[in-house]
Design a protein around this ligand. Structure first.
Ligand SMILES: Nc1nc2c(ncn2[C@@H]2O[C@H](COP(=O)(O)OP(=O)(O)O)[C@@H](O)[C@H]2O)c(=O)[nH]1
Ligand SMILES: [Mg+2]
Length: 202
């Protein structure tokens, strides 16, 4: 399993030409505003606030790049870029702003040759929603390897997690091996996530 040793913020970008050049691969994270993306990134990086846990969701429409130093089973000094994509689906923004995430993510998908995989976060409690479906279909269409992480798994009874994950996989028409339960609060799914990330960074 991958072990994160260090992380540094590189830069935020809006346009393709602003992306940092890199000889390392990207692992990206996407999800609706408030789904728990910043919390997940902070959990992975073991930092309290490297990715801001926002009180005003939907405000920042930026692609944030972090350079991660890690140890893998085969390499003691490996690197990859963790990319925090703009959150979507926040109600209190203009229509134009509402769809800007789609273009930003599609620009990133189509132009970033370093991209090796994307973690798509959904809330485990909510039945498949339109924006999540759009996001998952974008990854499928662009043939980008994805892992769906169903967040806030601590909010449902432990005994219901397995069946709920199965239900979400059916709703999203994905394989059961492509979805995990996750909680930043209770550390559910942390190992599964890191194992998948290692498989994408090798
Ligand atoms: N119960 C629970 N709450 C969480 C979890 N992850 C995030 N939250 C809460 O959900 C809200 C949004 O979290 P944040 O990480 O900022 O979401 P983001 O908008 O997707 O970056 C905050 O109030 C967090 O404390 C989790 O695993 N369990
Ligand atoms: Mg956030």
């Amino acid at each position: 399993m991958i072990r994160i040793v260090d992380s540094v913020f590189i830069k935020s970008a809006v346009k393709i030409q602003d992306y940092p050049s890199s000889e390392f691969v990207d692992i990206a994270f996407a999800g609706k505003s408030n789904v728990g993306k910043s919390s997940m990134i902070n959990t992975i990086l073991k930092r309290k606030k490297i990715a801001k846990v926002s009180s005003t969701p939907g405000k920042t429409k930026l692609v944030n790049f972090f350079k991660i130093t890690c140890k893998t089973e085969s390499n003691d000094n490996a690197y990859f870029n963790l990319v925090d994509l703009p959150g979507y689906g926040f109600a209190k923004v203009s229509k134009k702003e509402k769809n800007s995430w789609k273009k930003m993510i599609d620009d990133y998908f189509t132009s970033r040759v370093q991209l090796r995989g994307i973690v798509i976060l959904i809330d485990i409690r909510h039945k498949a929603d339109e924006k999540d479906k759009v996001m998952i279909n974008m990854a499928k269409e662009r043939k980008i390897p994805y892992l769906v992480a169903a967040t806030k798994a601590d909010k449902i009874p432990k005994s219901k997690i397995k069946a709920t994950i199965k239900q979400r996989s059916v709703e999203h028409q994905i394989n059961e091996s492509e979805i995990i339960a996750f909680s930043s609060l209770k550390n559910i799914g942390y190992n599964d996530l890191l194992i998948w990330m290692e498989s994408r960074t090798l």
